[in-house]
Each structure stands twice: as C-alpha cells, then as structure tokens.
Design a binder for this molecule. Sequence first.
Ligand code: F6R
Length: 608
Amino acid sequence: MCGIFAYVGPQDAIKIAIEGLKKLEYRGYDSSGIAGIHEGDIGLCKSVGKIIEMEKEVQKSDLKLDTAITHTRWATHGAPTTINAHPHYDATKSLAVVHNGIVENHETLRQMLKDAGITFVSETDTEVIPQLIAHHYKGNILNAVHETVALLQGSFAIAVVHKDHPEQIIAAAKESPLAIGIGNDEAFIASDTQAFLVHTKDVVFLTNGEVAIVKADGIKVFDATAEEIIKKSEQLAYQAEEISKGHFEHFMLKEIFEQPQIIRNALHDRYIGEYGTAHLDRINFEYNELLNIKRILILACGTSWHAGLIASYMLESKARIPVQVEISSEFRYKNPIVEDDTLAIAISQSGETADTMAAVRELKAKGAKVIGICNVHGSALAREAHGCLFLKAGTEIGVASTKAFISQLVVISLFTLMMARMRHMSKAEGQGFLEALSILPEQVQRVLDKEELIESIAKKYAQYDNFFYLGRHYMYPTCLEGALKLKEISYVNANGYPAGEMKHGPIALIDENCPTVAFCSNKLTYNKLLSNLMEVKARNGKIIAIAEEGSEGLSGIADDIIWVPSTLDELTSIPASVAGQLFAYYVAKERNTEIDQPRNLAKSVTVE
Ligand code: F6R
C-alpha cells in the first residue's frame, strides 16, 4: 500500500525514479509525486491519478533534480488530492518526505506542532513527519530523523531529502517494507526490490525502526537507538521480470490465461511419482517435526484466506490434522494458544500484508514455527518465516488475484499430499492424487477454451446489481472467492454463501433480479446442492451453474451452465475458479470498469 522509490547517483534522477515508481504502481494509484534537490534548492511536483499524470506534469515543469524521492499513493488519511499526495514538505520547505504506513498518533503530534506555531497544509497523517524532522533539526539531519521516528507510533517506511544535504537520502522503516539497492556509485530505495532489480541485486532491508544514510558511494545503517550497526547486503537470487500485457487487453486476462503454465511451475520438481508423495524444498522442517504436528493454524487475508479455507478442508480430510483458519486482522488481536506441536502457515501472495505479518510475528514471539506460502522472493514473509513455499507464479500485476490463488491451491495440495502420505494415505491413493494434479494444466486449458461461451453468459447478466454465489464443501470457499472477484473488478454486490445456509435467512433476498452463480463441482454434496438450487428456482431466481462434465440433473434447474472437467473434490476448486474468474472478468468488461486497477484497491496491503 503506497509505493516509495528514491534515487541518488549520477544518472538522470527524475527518469530513473519515475521508471522505478511505475513498477510500484500496483501498490496504489490515486495520486503520485516526486521531490528532490538540485543546486541547493528543493523542488517538487505532484498530481492526482496514475503516475503517468504526474510524469506529464513533470515534463511541463522545469523541475530538475539530482537526488529524487517519489511516491505513489493509496489514500488512508485525506482524500486523493494533489495537496494530500506525497512528498510532503515541512513548513519552511527545507525538506521533503515520502511515507508508506500509518502514523497512528498523528493527531497528538499534529496538535503538539500546532501549539508550537506550525501550520499544516494537508489532511494526511504523513505531514507530521516532515514537520517533526524540521522541528528537531539543528544541522544534523540524521539526528532529527532519529528523534522523529522515536515519536511515531504505527508503521512507517520513509525517505527524506533535505536541501542542506543534497548528496544523501535518509531512509527509515518499521513494519513497512523498505529495501536499499546498492549500485555502482549509485543507490536506490524502494518498497519492493523488483523496482530496482534491473539496476542492482545487492540489497539491504531496513526493519525495526532502523535508519540509514543513503549516498551514491555507500550506506550507513543505525538501529532505533541511533547506534551504528553493520548490516551486510544480500545478493538477490531472482531476476527482474519483463512486465507486459502481450496481446491481452488486461493484465488480469493475461494472468488468467497463464494459469496452465503456472500450475506446471508450481508442480515442477516437487513430487516423487514412484512414492506417490510430494517433495517440498525450502520447507526447512525435519521429517520428525512434520510428523509430530498435531494442529495447524492458517493465517491469511482476502483471496489468500479463501485458499486457506480450502486447505483446511483438504488437510483435515486427507492428512487428518485439525486445522484452524483465521483472518489475520482478527487473529492479531486474539491471545492465541500456541502449543509445541502447532504449525502456523501464513498464506500471502505479496508476503507483505501488514495484518498477516503482525500475526506471524506474534506467533513467532510465542515460539510457533511458521511456514510461509508466498509469491514474492525477498518479501517480509519469505524472510521471516522458518520455511517458505514459493508459488512460482511470476509477478501478478492485476490487483484482483487469479494466478497466485490457483498456485496457492496447487502448493497447498502438494503440502497436503506430503503430510497425508506421512500419516494415513496409501501409496496408491497418493499416486492417484498426483495423477489428478498432473492433468490439471490441460483441464484448466479446457476451461479457458470456453472463453467465448463464458463471455456471452457474462454479457447476459452484466446489468444485474446483486448476485448470490453458492456452493457447499470445497465449493463454499470457492464461491467466496468467485464472489470476491466479481465485487472487486465490476463493483457489483455479490454475496458468497454456503448453499445450505440460504434457508436460514438470505433466501429472502432471492427474486428475478438477483441471479445466483452456483458452484456445483463438489461430488460429495452435489445432490444436496441441487435441492438448494431448487429452492432458489422456486423463488424465480436465475441460476448460472459451474458444474463438472457428466453431472446430471442440472439442465432443468440452471438457466446457463458452464461445464468444467471433472477431478477429485479436493482439486475441483481449481477448474471451477478459473470459470468464475472469466465470468467476473467479462462482467467487469461489459460494465467498463478499470479491471487491472479497480477503484479503492491496492495490490499490497501494508497498512492495518
Ligand atoms: C483479492 C486480493 C486480496 C488479497 C489480500 C491478501 O483479489 O488479491 O484479497 O488476497 O489482500 O493479500 P496477500 O495474499 O498479498 O497477503
């Protein structure tokens, strides 16, 4: 949430910084800005809207910068206006700050500064930071930043430029990501290493309130008590990715169509057919530790939470391990009971979600062992979990998660298989499970081949403003995910519900204006679901069914049917979800919404 990119070095600072910032646009896109120093003067340019708007403003202006800090915003405090966009000046316009995070005690700090006669111009929590730095500044910018961050409650990643110190940027971070890339006589600061990976792979991550002086010829890092510390740089082992839509109209559609290959990537080199089991490198757990696990606690948010729910059904039924799934934002304020034989699994595409990371840190503090399931190398989760299973899905640009979700399900299936084979599952069953996994790429391709049909069905229903999404057993979390996709990209109200619960209240909402998307793929509960759909039909509700080929009894009930290939109940969320993704995509397209960057959302939720 919010992206920071900064540059100090001999190259064109404005160009490098804006190019870097564009790679962070997934983190927020309601406004952006740039500031920096040139010949002892401070300059700034900001604009509402996407980064391209700010870039146009910069081109129109005569802004020149030798050192630049930039920011793309996802508004928390204050509307998305030019005034509220970052960077923010102090009252004397001597320094400028970009910030990712939330200053929770900003009201108190603002009042204290106002009492000292300082005038504020924006509604943001961030503006207290430059004003405080200026308030504490007595010629030593590092001391002033230290004194300021000591006063901040909440999370922050900041970059600061001061006109008296043109050759340096001060960076600091606590609970919000910030990486410093060390180049050849140049340095970069970014919320995500991908943003500077084309320039350098030599990285230092700031955490725990650390503050750094970043200069072209090197950095110095200080801990929160202002003691200088030695932080060795890490060499990133991953490559910068080429980001392009190819021939697709949207990144989301491209990512939906990448899914057969994403499944292959997630499976690659991770199973042993002969033994009918999975082999997961980087899990960093001994065989005995895994065997002794008596309980699993899964933490996640949003789409990743839906993957966690599917994992709970699968792990309980196949590995016979009790599983508790928690939404991280709720869990972090519980006082969790962590026993020696509890394993925590945090699922997060970005590996940065603030609530999930807070829950992980709390669990680690209580002695729990944590496995991350994550897509982003170098992310907080990848660094802080005891072991990490990577999704290998490549960068997901579409804000609505598609390929990362499918990959999460594949990784969860492999993990389940491994745990189940260590316990009760026979070799033959394990081999059957693997066989079903291995044909998923072709099965998903067959769903993608129905694009035209799904588009035509989506067009038929695109003007409805309310939907129910129903399913049972594995199809219940699957329908929650399908409904979330429709909500986030088309702004249509879609209520995901366990089909058996409808008669306990929500069925009151069913009429001819509220269609139901029914996820029917689960064999165990198929007949029960048909009865629930009859109840919908009896109340004039229209039904779009996503059902497995060969299922009987639907034609008299559903108005439209999208047939998907049949697989094991444990895996059927995968083809069914792909059909749901295409349906949501084409409803959104018909409604002409901003599919890749829906309003109010950001890809990486780094605030609470
Ligand atoms: C929905 C979506 C979000 C994320 C959620 C958690 O399409 O993408 O609901 O799943 O914000 O994000 P991660 O997985 O990065 O922790």
